[in-house]
Design a protein around this ligand. Structure first.
Ligand code: ATP
Ligand code: MN
Ligand code: MN
Length: 301
């Protein structure tokens, strides 16, 4: 029995039967975390991750030799991802139809990890209803050197402004410098309407609170402020998926949090791939019950 248990481990195989090669390859040189560690993290949280990511067109950040070497952003199918990574044809703005990727189970996630994927980024809509986004994302991007406390203040402010329009929102640490404020939608408004709302809302917020926010993407316009990145809300744009690992120092992950706990969180990279157990516990707790779940109409204004 012992021998068999050992074999299973050395077989480079996970409970889902996806072979992970080179488990010992170091992906995060700063702390020695390996491809095997990354695969184990994803095998542990796959169920949580799929709640949001399943059947969304996704883009992958692949770093086959680890995060410190060459990484690339993959949007389209290269034909090499195997049977568990699915395809959805998407007509792009130039009229060309391209196959985008999606996954619907743990096998799909792990097949991507086997191919060197660290990060998963998703569209705002699902493959079955591509033209109707089911969420708004406001990506808070602080100016260089701005304290995380400023990001928290801005997120709370944004929550209140969106609540004034009737929208319930959920915060997510990006695993990087910022926070995403997410408003789930009922997928009845199309991209044009959703993008238009996101832009008008963001410009109005920046005009009303110019000390805190800018809606201008240009870095030299940021000046100690937070860029309210509304461009995540256009067709073809992506945002990092909840529970995705990041190809950044320390193996941080994008982590759903509750508004009630934001006060005591110190950084956008508070959780890492070492924290699978804690993330699972948290997700099952009262604090995060119903996170990301709401069927809301896009406000009219
Ligand atoms: P941070 O909190 O550090 O800003 P982030 O994930 O929000 O982390 P951004 O640089 O603000 O990072 O990017 C927002 C989103 O834009 C990303 O999550 C990703 O989905 C998308 N994105 C980033 N880089 C690219 C790229 N090269 N091509 C296409 N989309 C990208
Ligand atoms: Mn950001
Ligand atoms: Mn951004």
């Amino acid at each position: 029995v012992t021998a068999r248990a050992n074999t299973t481990k050395q077989d480079s195989t996970n409970p889902f039967g996806i072979k992970i090669s080179s488990r010992d390859r170091v992906i995060y040189p700063e702390n020695g975390l390996t491809k095997g560690d990354l695969a184990d993290y994803y095998a542990a949280i796959e169920g949580l991750m799929l709640v949001d990511m399943a059947k969304r067109p996704i883009s992958l950040v692949r770093c086959p030799q680890g995060r410190a070497k060459e990484c690339f952003f993959q949007k389209h199918d290269s034909g090499a991802m195997g049977p568990h990574v699915k395809h959805v044809p998407v007509e792009e703005s130039d009229g060309e139809v391209q196959d985008y990727l999606y996954v619907q189970d743990a096998k799909g996630i792990l097949a991507c990890v086997q191919m060197g994927t660290i990060e998963f980024h998703g569209w705002g809509s699902r493959a079955s209803k591509l033209e109707f986004p089911d969420r708004l994302v406001f990506d808070l991007d602080p100016d260089e050197g701005l304290d995380f406390n400023e990001v928290k203040t801005a997120a709370v402010r944004l929550r209140a402004l969106l609540a004034d329009l009737g929208l319930v929102t959920f915060p997510m640490l990006t695993g990087g410098k910022g926070i995403h404020v997410i408003a789930p939608l009922d997928a009845t408004a199309d991209w044009q309407k959703v993008k238009s709302f996101a832009e008008r809302f963001s410009r109005a917020v920046a005009a009303a609170e110019p000390e805190m926010f800018t809606a201008n993407i240009r870095k030299n316009q940021r000046k100690g402020r937070i860029f309210l990145d509304w461009l995540r809300n256009q067709r073809g744009a992506t945002a990092v998926m909840p529970f995705s690992a990041r190809a950044r120092e320390g193996a941080p992950v994008a982590a759903p949090i509750a508004w009630e706990e934001l006060d005591k969180i110190r950084s956008g990279a508070a959780y890492s791939i070492r924290d699978a157990d804690e993330l699972l516990d948290r997700a099952g707790s009262k604090l995060l019950a119903g996170w990301g779940q709401a069927k809301q109409k896009l406000p009219k204004a």
